[in-house]
Design a protein around this ligand. Structure first.
Ligand SMILES: O=C1C=CC(=NNc2ccccc2C(=O)O)C=C1
Length: 127
């Protein structure tokens, strides 16, 4: 598609792969996330993701957000959302600069202070 259309295969600095399927007219998309992070020694499954982006037609470097619904058996219940923007360099190379929040279910309200991790992740297109 056009530059910074999120549809396609992306890889981040951890080596995780993200496949984004076609955007619909509303700019929403679905896809799948195959993490390289073996947080458990259980068989790593592919986790579904849902998101939305400003249409690339409207802006060459659109912002977006998506949530990964981790599908691992036996791990804590997690909610993982990414927000970011697609940037194109002078040679037309696209990168997705993202900030993420990863929230884990904790036993009680008194533990809520430790529930959320934050970080950044950069994705480049896998040709
Ligand atoms: O069982 C689990 C639970 C969480 C995970 N988080 N991965 C991430 C967290 C932040 C940024 C990137 C990733 C990634 O997997 O690429 C991975 C496996």
């Amino acid at each position: 598609g056009s530059q910074c259309d999120l549809q396609g295969l992306w890889r981040n600095e951890l080596g995780s792969n993200m496949t984004v399927l076609a955007l619909n007219t509303a700019g929403t998309f679905s896809g799948s996330y195959h993490t390289a992070v073996a947080a458990t020694n259980k068989q790593i499954l592919v986790s579904p993701l849902q998101g939305a982006q400003q249409h690339p037609g409207a802006k060459r470097q659109p912002t977006f957000g998506f949530t990964v619904h981790w599908q691992f058996s036996g791990t804590a219940v997690l909610h993982h959302c990414f927000v970011g923007q697609c940037f194109v360099d002078h040679r037309g190379k696209e990168t997705l600069e993202t900030t993420w929040l990863l929230r884990e279910e904790v036993p009680s309200l008194k533990d809520t202070w430790t529930a959320t991790r934050v970080g950044t992740s950069t994705f480049t297109r896998v040709k």
